[in-house]
Ligand binder design. Sequence first.
Ligand code: NAP
Length: 241
Amino acid sequence: MTAFSLSGQTALVTGANTGIGQAIAVAMGRAGAHVICAGRSACDETVGMIDSAEAMALDFADPMAARDLFETRPVDILVNNAGIIRRADSVDFAEVDWDDVMDVNLKALFFTAQAFARAALPRGAGRIVNIASLLSFQGGIRVPSYTASKHGVAGLTKILANEWAAQGINVNAIAPGYIATNNTEALRADPGRNQAILDRIPAGRWGDPDDIAETAVFLSAPASKYIHGAVLNVDGGWLAR
Ligand code: NAP
């Protein structure tokens, strides 16, 4: 087994039906893990792309939906990927768009991590990979609840690492740059915004979900065993600019 192998591990990925979550699930499978593809939409397509995988219904319309998930099911790696975004000028932003985004992106992420840790701490081993954002560091425009939630994801990644690192659980996050998925469809469809974004990315292209997926494998594998509380930018150089 190499330092980058996930052989013998079980990984659970939230929001595994599409986009970054689907790519992460497939990459985990390629690295040798058994993958539980969890989502509110059917994950059959993703399961069909992986040698050893299963689908699980998980809808964070209830942010506590995962509270009992790990009691009966040993899971070694949790990827908190599910996330939503709502766009409106801050001056007009609606309470429902605040609550919905905070519930999925932040509250569900925390309580899913808590449920995972309650099962993993007695075993003394586990990996959590949270999906953060460039808006864990920057302000963005017209996405106030998303920005608040993703700043929160960076903060939670650090506090959970502080509490659990000595007990064998690595908690880290990935901050994806601009990745071509449903989440960014509106940006790519706007020629002005699309060009402005491309002009600022040193790599000169939108990211691919696979760019994030291989990083998630690294943060779940023995190779990263001394990495705790990191929020790793995978952004084509955006934040270096
Ligand atoms: P996406 O294609 O819209 O995928 C989002 C995933 O979250 C989908 O599987 C979605 O399920 C799931 N989800 C949403 N609400 C849910 C709920 N209530 N319960 C369970 N699952 C739910 O977008 P993506 O770009 O792959 O996003 C994945 C993660 O990356 C998110 O956390 C996002 O904030 C983050 N991210 C993306 C980018 C980017 O440029 N694309 C950049 C930075 C961070 P449905 O398909 O059923 O809606």
